[in-house]
Each structure stands twice: as C-alpha cells, then as structure tokens.
Design a protein around this ligand. Structure first.
Ligand SMILES: NC(=O)c1ccc[n+]([C@@H]2O[C@H](COP(=O)([O-])OP(=O)(O)OC[C@H]3O[C@@H](n4cnc5c(N)ncnc54)[C@H](O)[C@@H]3O)[C@@H](O)[C@H]2O)c1
Length: 314
C-alpha cells in the first residue's frame, strides 16, 4: 500500500482514478478546489483537502500526508475559456503544476503521473491515428499550457531525477462528466437530448474525435504507477468517431425525436484528431475495453439517475 496524492480527485476523471487506487488498496489523498469538481464524487476512503494547487499551503499537505506518488489531474480544462482568458489558463495549468513539482522534488516523490492531452497537443496532424512522435502544434492556449507542463516535467526528470509518466488522454467520456460545461460532448449531448433540446453540432457534425470510456482511462492511470517511467503515452483507441455518429447513438438511447442544429467550428477546436494507443499497449499492457455503445449507455443511465435524485430532493 502506498500513500498517493491525486490532484483534481473530485473531478470527472480524477474521481475514477481515486476509486481505482482505493480498490487496489492504496492510501489516497485528494487536493481539489472544487472549481469544477464535486464533493459527492470523492471516494469516502480518501483524505480530502479543499485547496488550490497554486496555494503555498500545499506544502502542509505534503508534510502531513507524505505522498510517495502523485497523480496530477487538477487543471483548467475548458479549451474555449483558455482562448478567452489565457492568463488564467496558464496560471492554473502551468504555475499550479510547477508548485506541485517543486514539492514532489522536496519530498522525494517516487513518481509523478500527469494527465495530459492527445486531443489538444497535436493540433491537426497529417498522420492519423496520431502517434506520440507527431510534432506538438497546439491550436489552443489549453494545448500549449498542457504541453508546457510536459516540458517542465521532462526538465524535473533531468534536473532532479524525478521519475514520471505523461499520459495523453483522448476525449474521455462516462459517468460524472459534467453535462453543463464546455468539455465533454457526450454528456452535453445526452443532457440536452434528455431535456428534449436540440443540440448544436459544431463543424457541421463532421469533426472526428477519439472517445474512450473513463473506466479504461482510470485503469491506464493505475498501470502507470509502476510502468512507463519517463514515457509519454497516448491512451487512445486509434479510432475516430464523428460528432454526427455520436449524436445518432445518443439519440437512440435518449429517444430524442428532434434534429441537431449544425454550425461551424469555434476558435481553438480542431477538425480531426484521434490517437493511437499502440505504445501504451506495449509499455503498460493497456488497451481500451469498453465499446462506445456500452459506455454511452452507462453515461446516459448516470445522467438519468442524477436527475431523478435531484427531482426527489427538490
Ligand atoms: N476530459 C477529457 O476528455 C480530457 C482529455 C484530455 C486531458 N484531460 C485532462 O484530465 C484531467 C482531468 O480532467 P476532467 O475531464 O476530469 O476535468 P474536471 O474539470 O472534472 O476535473 C478537474 C478537477 O480539477 C479541479 N481543479 C481545477 N482547478 C484547480 C485548482 N486550481 N486547484 C485545485 N483543483 C483544481 C476541479 O475542481 C476538478 O475537480 C485534466 O488535467 C485535463 O486536462 C481530460
């Protein structure tokens, strides 16, 4: 059993990572400022500190909890917000990560595992599905800030010998993803269609994305605890699915009878991106297991349940 700190552990992916770590017998600590996370998602076995990753008090959490491993998932994740407010994006994503990395070095952390993005770092690569060797050509401030953190992690690896694994996630979807935010197209579409509202499909519904179920991503994170030192690994399925196809799947599940509204792509969004997980298969022995249809069924069921609960409480 190891002491493990998870930043962003009250968020969508972070809470699933915590569940996987607790199930594997680890002693988990969560740091999250609840800016987009939710206290209800916290694993009850985890120690929780409501705190900003940029805060000086983060040092006290390290003193008290003495983490041996750190999973860093806390971030400003909204691509459009990053374009509108790049200073805030860089402050949380870059300055917050440096604050954490400094403490990892001071406390001799055994490994730093970072939630990066395969969807926003490669831009619009010629080679698809994109391997890790594709040049980084982000098309949003969010993509740049995540890539910048990768560079800092590489630096801490060379300068301070901090072991690390960088995991580049695709479009992760599943239960606990917010249907209200800007990220998370599956939950947004499901939420709107359950309300009987016609969703807007940007890029005329043509953009291709790589949708991987959150449970598969959490399993990949768990595998990275002991494998993949100093590696950058895509946790991708290698398959591109259009937003139109996604709409059709969710339309059936929600029995929505309307049509989608088609609009052009917005600033910072790319037309086509899907990434290969071949290297992760080699290094971690990981590949996604939950088929899209089944993952979407679980996602829609979760949103329905949440609504029923909210209606009962009202
Ligand atoms: N969802 C995806 O498809 C996807 C794709 C690629 C990469 N990622 C990365 O995965 C990670 C988790 O994303 P998610 O989709 O679960 O988003 P999320 O918004 O649900 O989770 C982020 C968590 O970080 C917390 N947080 C934000 N700013 C903070 C701060 N300054 N201090 C402390 N906590 C803070 C939020 O409250 C939230 O709980 C992020 O690093 C994101 O960049 C996500």
């Amino acid at each position: 059993m190891s002491s493990i700190l998870v930043t962003g552990g009250a968020g969508f992916i972070g809470s699933h990572v915590c569940d996987a770590l607790v199930a594997a017998g680890h002693d988990v600590t969560v740091v999250d400022d609840l800016s987009s996370g939710c206290e209800d998602f916290l694993n009850p076995a985890a120690a929780f500190f409501e705190m900003d990753i940029r805060a000086a008090q983060l040092a006290e959490v390290f003193e008290e909890r003495r983490p041996e491993y750190v999973y860093h998932l806390a971030a400003q994740i909204d691509v459009r917000r990053s374009v509108e407010d790049p200073l805030y994006d860089a402050d949380v994503n870059v300055r917050g990560s440096i604050n954490l990395l400094e403490l990892c070095v001071a406390h001799n952390v055994k490994k730093f595992i970072f939630a990066s993005t395969g969807g926003a770092i490669y831009g619009s690569p010629e080679k698809l599905p994109a391997p890790e060797t594709c040049p980084a050509l982000p098309e949003s401030h969010y993509g740049v800030s995540k890539y910048c953190v990768e560079q800092y992690i590489g630096l801490y690896g060379r300068l301070h010998k901090l072991p690390y694994t960088i995991l580049r996630f695709p479009n992760v979807y599943g239960p606990r993803q917010s249907p209200h935010g800007e990220a998370g197209v599956c939950s947004i579409l499901a939420g709107l269609m359950l309300d009987g509202t016609a969703p807007v499909l940007y890029g005329q519904g043509e953009p291709l994305r790589d949708y991987v179920y959150v449970g598969d991503i959490a399993r990949g994170c768990l595998l990275a605890l002991k494998k993949g030192d100093r590696e950058i690994l895509n946790l991708g399925s290698g398959k591109g699915t259009s937003v139109k196809d996604l709409f059709s799947h969710i339309q059936k599940l929600t029995k929505f009878e309307g049509k989608a509204v088609l609009k052009d792509l917005r600033a910072g969004e790319v037309q086509k991106i899907y990434i290969t997980g071949a290297r992760a298969a080699e290094v971690l022995g990981w590949k996604p297991e939950v088929p899209l249809k089944e993952g979407l069924e679980r996602t829609v069921a979760f949103i329905r349940e949440q609504r029923e609960k909210a209606a009962e409480e009202a």
